[in-house]
Design a protein around this ligand. Sequence first.
Ligand code: GDP
Ligand code: IMO
Ligand code: MG
Length: 419
Amino acid sequence: MKVDVILGLQWGDEGKGKIVDVLSPAYDIIARFQGGPNAGHTLEFNNIKHVLHNIPSGIFRKNTLNVVGNGVVLDPVIFVKEIQKLEEMGIDPTKNLVISRKAHLILPSHRTLDAASEHSKGKTKIGSTLKGIGPTYMDKTGRNGIRVGDIESNLDAKYKALVEKHKKLLSLYDFKYNFEEEEKAWFEAIEKIKTFPFVDAEHLINKALKDNKPVLAEGAQGTMLDIDFGSYPYVTSSNTICAGTCTGLGVAPSKIGEVLGIFKAYCTRVGSGPFPTELLDDTGEFIRKEGNEFGATTGRPRRCGWIDIVALKYAIMLNGVTQLVMTKADVLDKFDKIYAATAYKRNNEIFYEFPYHLDDNIEAVYTEIKGWKTDLTKIRTKEEFPENLSAYIKFLEKELEVPVKFVSVGPDREQIIRL
Ligand code: GDP
Ligand code: IMO
Ligand code: MG
């Protein structure tokens, strides 16, 4: 068996949580391989709406084992809050959730450092979710981090040493802070985390593959937020691309199977940074309203724009996408015409390759597409598709050279069409 991977091709929030939930009955294991509580993955079923941050989106399926991989950064306080919410819904996550010993812990002082760094940047701030993601990955690569496995040995001393270091760093900023109150909650959360199995997830997953058990890796954020290939520095601090699965779970590149790339029928972004197809007008506002485009983690309004084929082609190349999933097609139901950026223009020169630097001089060049003017939300088969939706899908498949295998037409688990 190989690991199938599902990941975002845009700037996050493509609907990964929903699609993982839809696909999870076909898998024995769902594993998160990077990111942390900056993620907000929404699932809707039986009139319940649920947002997950640290926990993989297979948690509602009793027979699915959910793995928090080594590439993840885990905030114990947020994790425990998520657990409590699940318990209130009658779910017992201790039965099907395990955590890699090699996952790194987010400390209260990491969150403070995140806030201090953003504050010091002023107008050039990243627009971070302020969950401490950047500082925690910095400590990981700087070889100062604390891992879940450290909970089993000498945690207090390691915690104290790291916080001392953080206090020295914080003295470099003109930033008032007090994280002492949060420390109590952090240590209480550590006690609760201990009730979950800590595992060597790389062994667990490779053994599952050997035993022919299907595994699905769930990405967080999106390709355009990747630390290496995203719109740096306006990115997150992990590898969100398919390669992150290998380092974030301990699976070899030869063990990667299908790569499912998710994109919205349009495009959104939260936080700062370039966005060539952004609509700063009434149309953008209309999409935000129709698509309920507000952050699942921070509640911030998401920036909205047309689909960007140049960026999507780049994302497909980086990830080796084998199947496409298009979400939120229904959000465009009312448009007479929609648009897709099929090239970029700088100083009257047209180009098609995603560039090193997305500066303000870059303009999107659009192809006009006929709208379908049909309510898609109740459609459940391909045969019911309005002609112009089928034409849009055909156009995308021709441009992107990968088949669209799923079309999502609403937030609910049932609102999905397999092609
Ligand atoms: P994720 O981070 O990729 O899991 O995506 P989010 O949960 O942050 O954002 C996606 C939002 O769109 C959530 O509110 C979903 O419930 C919702 N959603 C997912 N698929 C669809 C769809 O096909 N149509 C509509 N209208 N909403 C969708
Ligand atoms: P999911 O998994 C959308 C964005 C933030 C900010 C930048 C860096 O729900 O798709 P960070 O907190 O990582 O330091 O923020 O990345 N960002 C996301 N945007 N969806 C996400 O996750 C995101 N996680 C981080 O808004 O611009
Ligand atoms: Mg999200």
